[in-house]
Design a protein around this ligand. Structure first.
Ligand code: ADP
Length: 400
């Protein structure tokens, strides 16, 4: 069975075709600058070379039409006909507390996704553009929405309710939602499989550290708490986002520093985090390079980041009665072994011991703690597309 996975943004679309029998990636592609001049179309079949073309792609339908042509092309294609695609999985950012699992994107469910637009005004409409386009091109197959928020729908009230007047939740729906759910779920499932523990008995803390970062406590295979919240600005510091700060700072910026809401938003969303701390870059590779050159601000950026990540791991542990593993994933989590080492050192209070030699891996699976560590530390490369495809297959089979 072949499943197409679509991750649609407002001006770009990522796609992957997977063979679900073997979970093998058949091809992948990226369409960029949709609606602008000189759109870029990149395509890579599993055993072939990457192809890059400059095309005029005026909208999502034309972009995906080109993708379908490539996938079925005589020379570089990986299937003979688009009829071989049995289902399409779409990444969708926000399902709020309305969509709690992956779903068949029926007209009714699409309406619900639309109702969540105020919570993700940039993402949900862009995701839906991909759904609409693919439904035109493949009208007779099931289209499944896989939501970043869904994995966190199992959080108990004490995790998702903020300590502000309860009416804010009741009347205005202000609560923690959490994000990166597809990644947290995938790496937790993969780690449980590697450790040979049934997922519904598996407890862990997943540490997704990319440009955006969040940590999740998983109890018996379910998310019970996470560091991102109502929006995507809280928790640990990120590439350019501040993470947790005292709300009094926001009020001070607005009331006393003469900054507008837009300016404060820009500071906290685009100019903070690793970039704001270091004054150098939002990219951990640049930070590590500058630390080696003796740059103090770069070191400060890593120290603040590592401190907050470690502190949040320990805080999330309060949700669990045992921890089978702490799992690092995403760009920094998978590759940044210097960062992992600094984070892990701050966990020693609970007898957690990193093995500095085993830790020297980049982008591959591994257990990186010492034999006598109280909790296993693991690196598990994330694969959100495969998770989307697996869920799509599940919903496809349920709908049969
Ligand atoms: P996104 O959230 O955009 O998907 P990624 O998961 O790709 O982000 O993570 C991007 C981050 O991963 C950047 O900070 C980048 O510096 C970091 N990263 C990638 N490769 C390495 C590496 N070899 N060492 C350290 N950090 C890395």
């Amino acid at each position: 069975m072949k499943i197409l996975v679509i991750n649609s943004g407002s001006s770009s679309i990522k796609f992957q075709l997977l063979n679900m029998k073997t979970q093998e990636l058949l091809c992948k592609g990226l369409i960029e600058r949709i609606g602008l001049n000189d759109s870029i179309f990149t395509y890579e079949p599993k055993d072939g070379e990457k192809i890059k073309k400059i095309l005029d792609i005026k909208d999502h339908v034309i972009g995906l039409e080109n993708a379908m042509k490539m996938i079925t092309d005589e020379k570089v294609g990986v299937i003979k006909s688009i009829d071989e695609i049995k289902a399409v999985g779409h990444r969708i950012v926000h399902g709020a507390d309305k969509i709690l699992d992956s779903v068949n994107l029926t007209a009714e469910n699409i309406k619900t996704v639309e109702a969540c637009v105020p919570l993700a005004p940039l993402h949900n409409p862009a995701n839906l553009m991909g759904v609409e386009a693919m439904k035109k091109l493949l009208p007779n197959v099931i289209h499944v929405g896989v939501f970043d928020t869904a994995f966190h729908s199992t959080m108990p009230q004490e995790s998702y309710i903020y300590a502000i007047p309860y009416e804010m939740y009741e009347k205005h729906g202000i609560r923690r939602f959490g994000f990166h759910g597809t990644s947290h779920k995938y790496v937790a499932m993969k780690a449980a499989e590697k450790l040979n523990i049934p997922f519904d008995k598996f407890n862990c803390i997943t540490v997704h550290l990319g440009n955006g970062s969040s940590l999740t406590a998983v109890k018996n295979g379910k998310s019970v708490d996470t560091t991102l919240g109502y929006g995507t600005m809280c928790g640990v510091p990120m590439g350019t986002r501040a993470g947790d700060i005292d709300p009094a700072i926001v009020l001070h910026m607005l009331d006393n520093l003469g900054l507008s809401t837009k300016e404060v938003n820009n500071i906290l969303y685009k100019k903070s985090g690793l970039l704001g701390l270091s004054g150098i870059s939002s990219d951990m590779r640049d930070i590590e390079l500058k630390i080696k050159e003796g740059n103090e601000r770069a070191k400060l950026a890593l120290d603040v980041f590592a401190h907050q990540v470690a502190k949040n791991i320990l805080a999330l542990a309060a949700n669990l009665d045992k921890i089978d593993a702490i799992i690092f994933t995403a760009g920094i989590g998978e590759n940044g072994y210097e960062a992992r080492e600094v984070i892990a050192k701050r966990l020693s209070v609970f007898g957690i011991k990193i093995d500095n030699e085993k830790n020297k891996i980049r982008g591959e699976y591994g257990i990186i703690s010492k034999e006598d560590s109280q909790v296993k530390l693991m690196v598990v490369p994330t694969n959100e597309e495969l998770m989307i495809a697996l869920d799509t297959k599940r919903i496809f089979e349920e709908a049969k």
